[in-house]
Design a protein around this ligand. Sequence first.
Ligand code: CDP
Ligand code: ZN
Length: 159
Amino acid sequence: MRIGHGYDVHKIDPGKEKLILGGVEIGCGFGLAAHSDGDVLLHAVTDALLGAAGMGDIGSLFPDTDMAYQGISSILLLAEALGRIRSSGWEIEYVDATLIAQRPKISPYIQKIRSSMARGMGIDKDRCNVKATTEEGLGFTGRGEGIAAHAVCLLIEKK
Ligand code: CDP
Ligand code: ZN
């Protein structure tokens, strides 16, 4: 059994209309600046999984200098990383993630995000939890300059 941790931050882009978190579109009048679709939550989860498998990180697998990944859905990046992780003999036991955002209010979307992430990882929804917190107006998340995400996971060896 192996533990993994992932952390990611993206800058808020007021010129974008939609935020994409865990593969779910949230129409809140701003988005996240990124080379990909900016799904900060999936990036943290993918890094946690790669970390547990000892396979580097999302940036080493999908360099942001590579035009092939411009605007790409992070669900596809997650699926590609997971394919490699599973081929190395690992299966997901559990994933837990925390979004750090002053706004929007994530709670109305949490179940949809969990379902989307579980589908993206090919696991049951009860093996994947997502939480959200503000930082009480403090720091870059509190000022609404960016959104951060942390994730941890457990991988088990396939029988
Ligand atoms: O986390 P804490 O209880 O100290 O307070 P908070 O950060 O103000 O969050 C209060 C509640 O709002 C929590 O249940 C969070 O899950 C939820 N929340 C949310 O839905 N969306 C956010 N962007 C931040 C918090
Ligand atoms: Zn990212």
